[in-house]
Design a protein. Structure first.
Length: 263
């Protein structure tokens, strides 16, 4: 079993070690890879659940995710209650278990073969992803479907918000929620791109490295997957060849709005 542990604990945060320890107690032969997303960023989490879950990988795979801003109810939280736990089954039998919050399931809701509420307590611990949820995830991995509750329908999950920053990688490339198939421009067409309050000129390209060094490219990026209908979805990126697009745009945050106009 290969486990992707996606959470907003923070890069290098010992919380990852604690959750890994509990998961390995339940699934001792598992290999676990940790991925940190920004605090409370359910958009980034949902993006990576889909990117890792809908692309080829290990035949036995679990995506265990936790980003629980507890914003579904603004009132005081008795017993540390938070958003509920969910289960989704993706093509190739990829299992997804984690808290239903914000956009966590938005990217996969139309690709999932099943989605269910998991019948586990929503309270009882401030650190539910360590203390309560690993046992439920392991039970599902081991074939126990008795803990699955009501079906979650796609229309109960919010749609992916379009024209947003989804992720910024280590090179400063800005991954967006703009589907490449929605862009109808001639290659090398000049565009003006606005991210947050920062505006820059860019060149549309059908491949990022097809622009000269020093050019800001607006192009289909490396992220995307094949949908159930056989069509491929690819997400647009802002890429500064030989530089850092995120720095050029003032280091925007996840979920900031992106717009462009053709020059």
């Amino acid at each position: 079993m290969f486990i992707h542990l996606i959470a907003d604990y923070g890069t290098g945060d010992p919380a990852f070690a604690e959750v890994k320890q509990r998961l390995l107690k339940q699934l001792p032969s598992a290999q676990i890879h940790c991925l940190s997303v920004p605090s409370f960023s359910t958009l980034a989490m949902g993006f990576w659940i889909a990117q890792l879950g809908l692309n080829p990988g290990a035949s036995s795979r679990l995506i265990y995710h936790n980003c629980a801003p507890r914003i579904d109810n603004a009132k005081a939280r008795p017993d540390n209650e938070g958003e509920g736990l969910t289960y989704a089954l993706l093509p190739d039998n990829v299992i997804v278990v984690g808290v239903l919050s914000g956009y966590s399931l938005s990217f996969i809701k139309d690709e999932a073969k099943q989605m269910h509420v998991v019948k586990v307590s929503r309270g009882g611990s401030q650190f539910r992803s360590r203390d309560l949820f690993p046992q439920a995830a392991a039970a599902i991995v081991n074939g126990d479907r008795s803990i699955l509750g009501e079906v979650i329908k796609p229309n109960q999950i919010p749609d992916v918000p379009r024209d947003r920053v989804a992720w910024i990688d280590g090179y400063g490339n800005i991954k967006t929620t703009i589907p490449a198939h929605t862009i109808n421009l001639e290659p090398y067409k000049k565009v003006t791109v606005k991210v947050g309050d920062v505006v820059n000129d860019a060149t549309y390209s059908d491949g990022s490295f097809k622009v000269p060094s020093g050019t800001l490219a607006f192009a289909p990026g490396s992220s995307g997957w094949q949908r159930q209908d056989g069509k491929e979805i690819r997400w647009m990126e802002l890429f500064l060849r030989g530089g850092n697009a995120a720095e050029r745009f003032g280091r925007p945050k996840i979920n900031q709005v992106i717009s462009y106009t053709v020059n």
